[in-house]
Design a protein around this ligand. Structure first.
Ligand SMILES: Cc1cc2nc3c(=O)[nH]c(=O)nc-3n(C[C@H](O)[C@H](O)[C@H](O)COP(=O)(O)OP(=O)(O)OC[C@H]3O[C@@H](n4cnc5c(N)ncnc54)[C@H](O)[C@@H]3O)c2cc1C
Length: 404
């Protein structure tokens, strides 16, 4: 394999990864008159932006605060968000022609519903400012050299090396290898002696095996509104039954906090009390079967499926204290012990990453290796579902651009 060595860098920084963080970093650096080069492994930039939000890109959340981010140091993200706020994201995209519309719970999407519009903002700004994006550039190593770094990569079958005084690691996390995800940022951090906190799939569906598996299978495709909780957190949104377990927004949210072996609890009627509803109905309509009442609260299919656990054929007047306890437990305290999760192929994000202990929260520069910056998903800052992860990627890209 031929090796081409370019000794002198015409770039202030090389950015590894042309995703949300890397693209924002290149553009913001360009605004400041700094020259960057993005090296992107895929044949085009922004692959995850393009598929995000079902191809519509939920690019931020109007209600984002530091509270919706998971990290070993929950305070770490505050500095970046004080430098680049949700309002900054909204104004930035509006400036370049993207109006936002809120779908639900503060989630902003482009009015056009096209994620490609978001990517085009960055690609056209990079073109205008002469900030090159080299695609099909698979970075193999980053080595510290005098006054900077040598970045070794393969492009079109050739090995190349470039020198730059600064390097930005924006190579993302582990979810969805077929979209270009690699462990490059984590591996490089470890090789350079930086601590990496334990990583795991997050915002990921949960699997169920064992004696109730057939019940989940039978309900596959049904969704219900729930409060899903563990000891410390709870989320109220839909859950979706599938033939292998549970998905849907409330499950994805709790999955980021779930650890193997733990249980989660479903309240399938979070804003009402099933016992009060039965008591009221009983007084005027005691002959009504429980199944009929449940079918008013849920779909018929779901109500019928509860026969596995409840005497749904009994009429309301004949329900005993034991029956009522069972109904209360099932509807409000349904305990689920997931067998596992669907893994990185189905996860929207990675939990954990380069330890925040290693980085300045103000600049995201490595404390041990000046000139090396980490941003976006590879850092141990993980957002909830709903536009939070992009908000972190934009904010970290902005912050790094100030420091390179
Ligand atoms: C299906 C799906 C839907 C999502 N929807 C949303 C959503 O609507 N809203 C939201 O906020 N978040 C969403 N996310 C999460 C969001 O996409 C990520 O948090 C975000 O893209 C992280 O940005 P990043 O720049 O850190 O990493 P990425 O966007 O993953 O970019 C990293 C880039 O680095 C490249 N790379 C990796 N290794 C190398 C290497 N060795 N050499 C060169 N390049 C390399 C990769 O190809 C990739 O393009 C979604 C994720 C998925 C998987």
């Amino acid at each position: 394999m031929a090796t081409k060595i370019t000794k002198q860098s015409q770039f202030d920084a090389i950015i590894i990864g042309g995703g949300a963080c890397g693209l924002m970093c290149a553009v913001q650096a360009g605004f400041l008159g700094k020259r960057t080069l993005i090296l992107e492994k895929n044949d085009r930039p922004g692959a995850k932006i393009l598929i995000s939000g079902g191809g519509r890109c939920n690019y931020t959340n109007m209600y984002a605060t530091d509270q919706q981010f998971i990290s070993q140091n929950p305070h770490f993200c505050k500095s970046a968000f004080s430098q680049w706020s949700v309002e900054d994201t909204i104004i930035f995209f509006e400036t370049y022609g993207i109006e936002g519309q809120e779908k639900t719970l503060g989630q902003l999407f482009p009015v056009s519903n096209k994620a490609k519009d978001v990517v085009e903002v960055f690609t056209s700004l990079c073109l205008d400012m002469d900030q090159p994006i080299w695609c099909d550039a698979d970075v193999k190593a980053v080595e510290q050299t005098d006054g900077g770094f040598t970045v070794r990569f393969e492009r079109y079958g050739r090995e190349e090396r470039l020198f730059a005084p600064k390097v930005v690691m924006a190579a993302g996390g582990l979810p969805i290898a077929k979209m270009g995800a690699t462990d490059f940022a984590l591996r490089t951090a470890r090789n350079l002696g930086l601590k990496v906190t334990e990583t795991a799939p997050a915002l990921v569906p949960l699997t169920i095996t064992g004696k109730n598996q057939d019940w989940y299978e039978a309900l596959s495709g049904n969704s219900i509104f729930c409060r899903v909780s563990n000891e410390k957190n709870s989320f109220e949104e839909n859950i979706l039954f599938t033939h292998w377990g549970l998905s849907g927004p409330a499950i994805l949210q709790i999955s980021s906090y779930w650890r193997p072996g733990e249980t989660i609890e479903l309240d399938m009627l979070p804003h009402d009390n099933i016992l009060d509803i039965i008591e009221t109905e009983r007084q005027t309509n005691g002959k009504r079967p429980l199944a009929g009442l449940l079918a008013n609260l849920y779909t018929r299919k779901f109500a019928d499926a509860l026969a596995k656990f409840l005497p749904i054929e009994k009429n309301l007047a004949s329900l005993t204290k034991t029956d009522m306890d069972a109904i209360n437990n099932l509807i409000h305290h349904f305990v689920v012990k997931p067998a596992g999760d669907k893994g990185y192929d189905k996860a929207e994000v990675m939990r954990g990453g380069v330890s925040t202990d290693e980085l300045s929260s103000k600049t995201l520069e490595s404390k041990k290796i000046p000139g090396l910056f980490f941003g976006g998903e590879c850092v141990d800052v993980t957002g909830w579902l709903g536009g939070y992860n992009f908000q972190w990627a934009w904010a970290s890209g902005f912050v790094i651009a100030q420091g390179i």
